[in-house]
Design a protein. Structure first.
Length: 383
């Protein structure tokens, strides 16, 4: 680690909003202080940031299937996780949850082992793991392989509880496909439960929330739409103020009007951005393989030949810009949806905010919200 560094000249996103006239002091991978005035402490390196720039918490992405030409399902290794994190860092993301979508038990187990290994090393950018399936509804598979969707067994619950003992673990499941006892036990063990790929009724969602369900995975997608007599998961999400909702803001997965409706219906700090990014992020590739099928990259979409969406062609900085441009959100709200709120959802108390004592995970953005660089545990990398 280098000596203390003072960053000045940018607007800084603090608890109070985008503030001017502050400088940020960091050392040994942590934020030391937020300072006012022009004087700098002695024996501190001073770096002046471009006029009009924004210094925000590094983005936290909880749904990352791949990037940089790597798909975590295909290669659930520590090397793959590092490569995916590196690809996303170019777009302002300093913490990711590598995501294993519905697959064989051995792939899930390998993914957990890989993430545990890489998290033991500093500067990895890995904050836990997301298991999206296989305990989802066969009625709402999306691009997940229906042959691999299954019911949860006691051995699965035992393994998930053990894995969550030393690893932040997000599990997307269909609450109607799980028992009350299993949901209660998983939540008590620290597994972060999120409803997704579900056909559950609003009543079942409410029961699951009482049992420990904490969120909704890519709200609107892979779940029935809100209807007058069947509010379903979307209606349940609108009515509950406690759970977090992930949104894919790419102009493809969900109509902007529906996204604006969700933002208006729910508490601000319970809405967060995810990318659902796939292998092609950060590359010029025109497609990739998933479950033996060719996924095409075309017209801003990732899709099978039959048009089924297969993740998103989206990075987090673009999601932030879209949230401002398409949804009319203030930049500070969009930035928090990409950092503060996902960190809070996962209980990552040392990241997602800029405050003394927290990790110096930062993103430098232009006034137009284009990424200029990041600091990961105080180490700078240009975009």
């Amino acid at each position: 680690m280098s000596g203390p560094l003072l960053l000045r000249g940018a607007r800084i996103l603090t608890e109070a909003g985008l503030e001017e006239g502050l400088s940020l002091l960091i050392a040994e991978g942590r934020v030391l202080d937020l300072l006012t005035g022009s004087a700098a402490p002695s024996q501190v390196q001073v770096e002046s940031l471009p006029e009009g720039s924004i210094l925000a918490p590094g983005f936290v992405d909880l749904q990352v299937n791949g990037g940089g030409g790597v798909l975590f399902n295909e290669t659930p290794t520590a090397e793959a996780a590092r490569a995916i994190a590196a690809a996303h860092r170019r777009f302002g993301t300093t913490s990711i949850l590598p995501t294993v979508i519905t697959d064989r038990p051995e792939v899930m187990h390998q993914g957990v082992i890989a993430v545990r290994e890489v998290m033991a090393q500093p500067g990895s950018g890995i904050a836990g793991i997301h298991l999206e399936g296989p305990f989802i509804s066969p009625r709402r598979p999306g691009v997940h392989d229906p042959a691999l969707i299954r019911r949860m067994e006691t051995a699965d619950v035992d393994w998930l509880c053990l894995s969550a003992a030393d690893l932040p673990l997000l599990l997307t499941l269909a609450p109607e496909e799980a028992t009350d006892a299993d949901l209660r036990r998983l939540a008590a063990a620290g597994v972060v439960l999120s409803a997704g790929h579900t056909a559950a009724s609003a009543e079942r969602i409410a029961e699951a929330i009482a049992l420990g369900l904490r969120g909704f995975t890519h709200l609107y997608n892979a779940m029935p739409p809100l209807a007058g007599r069947e509010p379903g998961p979307v209606g349940a999400a609108f009515l509950d103020p406690s759970a977090w909702c992930g949104l894919i803001v790419d102009g493809v997965h969900v109509h902007p009007a529906s996204l604006r409706l969700a933002l208006a219906a729910r508490p601000e700090d319970r809405m967060l951005l995810v990318t659902d990014a796939m292998t092609v992020l950060g590359t010029e590739a025109d497609g990739f393989n998933l479950y033996g099928n060719r996924i095409l990259r075309r017209h801003g979409r990732l899709e099978r030949e039959d048009g089924t969406l297969a993740g998103a062609d989206l990075d987090m900085a673009a999601a932030v810009r879209n949230t401002v441009a398409m949804l009319g959100c203030a930049p500070e709200r969009a930035l928090r949806m990409a950092s503060t709120y996902p960190a809070a959802f996962m209980g990552l108390a040392d990241r997602g905010r800029i405050a003394p004592g927290l990790r110096a995970d930062l993103v430098l953005l232009s006034e137009a919200l284009e990424v200029r660089g990041t600091w990961l545990e105080g180490q700078f990398a240009a975009a």
